[in-house]
Design a protein around this ligand. Sequence first.
Ligand code: AOF
Ligand code: ZN
Length: 355
Amino acid sequence: AGKTMLYQKIFSQDTLLMQEALSLAAQALGRTSPNPPVGCVIVKDDHVIGRGFHPKAGEPHAEVFALRDAGFRAEGATAYVTLEPCSHHGRTPPCADALIAAKVQRVVIAALDPNPLVAGKGVQKLLDAGIQVDVGVLQDQAIVQQAGFRTRITHGRPRVTYKYAQSLDGKMASQNGRQLWLTGQDAKRRVHELRNQMDAIAVGSNTVLSDNPLLTTRLEGVTGTRDPIPVIFDRSGRVPLSAKAMRPGAIVVTESQQEYPDFLKVIRTTHLPDVLQELGKQGINTLLLEGGPDLASAFLKADLIDDLLVFIAPRIMGTGRPSLWTELEGLLDVQELKTEQVGKDVLLSARIHPI
Ligand code: AOF
Ligand code: ZN
């Protein structure tokens, strides 16, 4: 019994410290692409002596910030990292080498790095240097946090989350196709929190032409927010440059041969698998699909929706257009269906593709 209790104590301490590393990583969600969000905590004699997270691609990795914070005290300490320390020379030197040089005694890792440049080689480097390595603490949470990066590394495209709101009777827009605002303030805030963490946001030309959306992050009382990159699906080039979403850095996806100013990026195909591969090449890890039922149905038909976030408003619309209308062969089962109350609305989340 004594042994079991000791094990549980150590185990729960690992969990708690990895939780802190995950919270650090979360501060940079939506800011690190094409890199993953990563957090690191360095612990000695039950005290946290160093904290760090990867703030942005090109900047040092999480481990380096945490080691700098800990200084010489890192010798003999334990490092908790949410992703396997890298073993390669990328924009920065290998973190595994930095941990070895700092003489840490043990490294606890939440999840291995799927990047073929790393993929187990980081762990091997640490083991070869005589460091104790434990992998898998809060692995599921880490994988969810790194979902976009992991999808891009393994499939070459961003992870796609289709977010929409529907009435209690499953309608999204009125009969004439106009989108109505269905949900309450809390849901709206949640959507802006989401935009703050997603790399890019996809909309169709119908949405842009009828609503002229800003597609920015607006969170009252929150500083340091950032806007996702608009990805405007405009097959025949109908959206005018005066549309608010056509801001510098926006991506236009079109079959039209018209010229666009240099402040826009243009993808000259609307074949969805190709478009998404191109977005992946541009380093986009996460794509929030907000585009209305036409665009979303095309994504679904191409099997390119990974996750669903569905706000259900406590209102009935009667006649109207459903949120998805594409023809499927049989039923499409989703995984991990969860519910959450958000103000007066209900938020359903589900995965179509596992991470
Ligand atoms: C880590 N710690 O905090 C992050 C890692 O070009 P670089 O040098 O920034 O390397 C990017 C790759 O490093 C990225 O694709 C992923 O495999 C890993 N990210 N690794 O040890 C970190 N952000
Ligand atoms: Zn690294």
